[in-house]
Design a protein around this ligand. Structure first.
Ligand code: HEC
Length: 168
């Protein structure tokens, strides 16, 4: 069989492969794309917001976690990315006193690059909503809202979260 006849079906299978689905998440209005592999990042902490009843985990990529372990987080180094994954609260069906992650509310990120994101205090902010990861914000100005609310912790390089207590 000519080689082309074998390659064409293989190419079609490769194009239809779900691995490619990841790249179709549209970028945030400021051009930031969803950081790949964030589901495998390490845990920094978790939190619960009682006003809007959401559970959160805060994760870091390798650069962020290594910097945090060395205590070098003020400033955080270029390349560090912090992620926050937010779920609406649900009750465990077999143990209603246990609040557990329900519907995914949003995922959001702070990407450290002092030069590239100089206009937004050296962090690239981005958020995607729900399971279909719809980019948040009408235009690039949405990041002002992020900066404004993170300003109370500006002396901590605009980051609220600290490592949760664990023996290390
Ligand atoms: C209403 C205030 C508020 C706004 C607006 C806000 N944040 Fe935050 N953010 C917080 C607080 C408080 C925390 C600390 C932990 C928590 O909420 O669970 C936090 C934590 C984070 C974290 C984890 C690192 C850290 O600072 O602790 C990321 C990442 C993050 N926010 C991204 C964003 C992005 C992106 C936006 C804009 C789209 C945004 N935030 C807008 C209040 C806000």
């Amino acid at each position: 069989m000519p080689i082309k006849l074998i390659l064409v079906p293989l190419l079609l299978i490769a194009l239809a492969c779900p691995v490619h689905a990841e790249s179709i998440v549209p970028p945030a209005p400021n051009g930031i794309t969803l950081p790949g592999g964030y589901q495998n990042w390490r845990l920094i902490s978790s939190s619960y917001r009682e006003d809007n009843k959401t559970l959160r985990v805060i994760l870091g990529n390798d650069q962020a976690v290594e910097a945090a372990l060395r205590g070098q987080t003020n400033p955080w180094p270029d390349g560090a990315i912090l992620g926050k994954l937010v779920w609406k609260e649900a009750r465990h069906p077999q143990w209603p006193a246990a609040l557990i992650p329900g519907e995914l509310s949003h995922v959001e990120f702070m990407i450290r690059d002092q030069e590239k994101y100089a206009d937004t205090v050296g962090w690239g902010f981005a958020r995607w909503l729900g399971m279909d990861l719809k980019p948040y914000g009408a235009d690039a100005d949405f990041a002002r809202e992020c900066v404004a609310c993170h300003t109370p912790v500006k002396d901590n390089d605009y980051v609220f979260t600290k490592f949760s207590t664990l023996p290390r």
